[in-house]
Design a protein around this ligand. Structure first.
Ligand code: PMP
Ligand code: GLN
Length: 455
């Protein structure tokens, strides 16, 4: 029957092809009308696409894009292998749209414990394709034409285009650096919000604020006082909080990651966003989640069911098993959530020391696996181009990748258009790397410094 249908279709097409009408129709087939939807205007450039390509082209030591070059923990890889080749072949099929039941159940248990309240796995948790999709669902679900969304600068770059694509207007408020005392290295804690300036950004048009603590790119871990300031303003102006906490386990020096949803009046208005990519050093798996009140999550489910619908089952099963293990070992020395930050703090300290030694002054991060460093002393190698449209740090980072084989990301990528030149003498390094990679980066910098100082 199918074969018969196929032969009559071929016959029909041959007949059409031989007719003049068909030929003239196909030669005019090129479209001339503009095809791009207006909401995409100004969102076509992407720093990751650009720098991933540059790093690949110049076969560099890559401390640019944020991913570990060491493997995820064995227990996680084994869980994935078991899910992939075990008896339960249904793990190769669709699972529940809003999250594989074992994963939402364990996430509800885990975050319930962290937040000190009972969570319903089916209503208070939704699994997404990485934290990216969780963010996208939030903006699509909550933001309308004319709504304002407050974004704290510097910020993870996708917040701005996502707000714009949803029809909203981003309103930026900067973290302002204070010079450290006694010639000490600057810390990410020295970058602070001005309370009056923050308050001035809230109005009746404000629908949401995006909070990212620990913050990418600075590594700032917001203190309880800072979070209370934000929470009070959210409550006062009846504003939502989209809380991107993908680096929640990566905090150093005994600092504490405080969840804004646990503060007075905040649970009801906050969506917490997390990422297995960052939590378990498996960015390629693209498993993320949202946690929050059903009142908010029901709208995320609407966006999700009408766009992505479902996330990879095998990866969700493995992440569920990873969380099961971490729940059993919670707070114990063998827990990955204890071991990973310990290991990364060592790597942070090593990179801080090597950057400081060559005069690329680091801002010591309290969290994340990123570190921002001052390139002012290296400016003589990469001359400034007055009146250039491109921020200085962007030209510097491109020059460095091409001429020194070392990749990092310009800080200006984390600022909005009008503010890109405000702090454009910094670049961001990722230190979630094998020791050999960090050593190779340090060797490049040392050689560079020697070349500068030798006559
Ligand atoms: N938020 C922040 C602050 C990030 O740095 C990233 C990049 N990992 C994401 C969200 C996106 O995370 P995912 O890879 O899970 O989509
Ligand atoms: N979040 C990662 C970073 O900040 C990378 C995101 C991406 O590659 N799109 O480096």
């Amino acid at each position: 029957m199918l074969r018969r249908a196929g032969s009559s279709l071929r016959h029909f097409l041959l007949e059409r092809k031989s007719s003049v009408g068909y030929r003239s129709y196909s030669s005019k087939a090129k479209m001339s009308r503009p095809v791009q939807a207006r909401r995409l205007e100004g969102t076509d450039k992407n720093i990751w696409v650009e720098f991933v390509k540059l790093a690949a082209t110049y076969s560099t030591v890559n401390l640019g894009q944020g991913f570990p070059d060491f493997p995820p923990p064995d227990f996680l890889k084994e869980a994935f292998a078991r899910a992939l080749s075990g008896e339960n072949h249904m793990l190769h099929q669709y699972t529940r749209a809003f999250g594989h039941p074992p994963l939402v159940k364990i996430l509800a248990q885990f975050f319930g414990k962290l937040l000190g309240q009972e969570l319903d796995p089916m209503n208070n948790v939704m699994v997404t394709v990485g934290a990216y999709q969780a963010l996208f669902c939030c903006f699509q679900a909550f933001i309308e034409e004319g709504d304002e969304v407050i974004i704290i600068e510097p910020f993870f770059d996708c917040y701005e285009p996502m707000v714009k694509m949803a029809g909203g207007t981003p309103v930026f408020v900067p973290l302002r650096p204070k010079a450290p005392k006694d010639g000490k290295l600057m810390s990410s804690a020295d970058w602070q919000l001005d309370p009056a300036e923050l308050a001035s950004k809230f109005s009746e048009r404000t629908k949401a604020i995006v909070l990212n603590s620990p913050n990418n790119p600075l590594g700032k871990v917001f203190s309880r006082g800072e979070l209370e300031l934000i929470a009070d303003l959210c409550v006062k102006h009846d504003v939502l909080c989209i809380s991107d906490e993908v680096y929640e386990w990566l905090v150093y020096d005994g600092k504490e990651h405080i969840r804004i949803a646990s503060l007075q009046g905040m649970w009801d208005r906050t969506v917490i966003i997390g990422s297995a990519g960052k939590t378990f050093s498996a960015t390629g798996w693209k498993v993320g989640w949202t946690v929050g009140p059903n009142r908010l999550l029901q709208h995320l489910r609407t966006v999700h069911q009408n766009s992505v619908y479902h996330c990879a089952t095998v990866a969700q099963e493995a992440v569920a098993q990873g969380f099961q293990r971490e729940l059993e070992l919670y707070g114990k020395p063998d827990s990955y959530f204890v071991q990973l930050p310990k290991e990364l703090q060592r790597k942070r300290d090593w990179l801080v020391q090597s950057l400081d030694a060559v005069g690329m002054k680091p801002i010591v991060p309290e969290g994340t696996y990123f570190l921002v460093a001052d390139i002012s002393k290296f400016k003589s190698d990469v001359p400034d181009v007055p009146d250039s449209d491109e921020p200085y740090d962007s030209r510097f980072a491109k020059w460095m990748v091409k001429n020194k084989g070392l990749a990092a990301i310009p800080l200006s990528a984390f600022y909005s258009g009008a503010h890109k030149n405000n702090y454009s003498h910094f670049i961001r390094f990722c230190f979630a790397k094998e020791e050999a990679t960090l050593k190779a980066a340090s060797d490049i910098l040392q050689k560079w410094k020697q070349e500068k100082t030798s006559p």
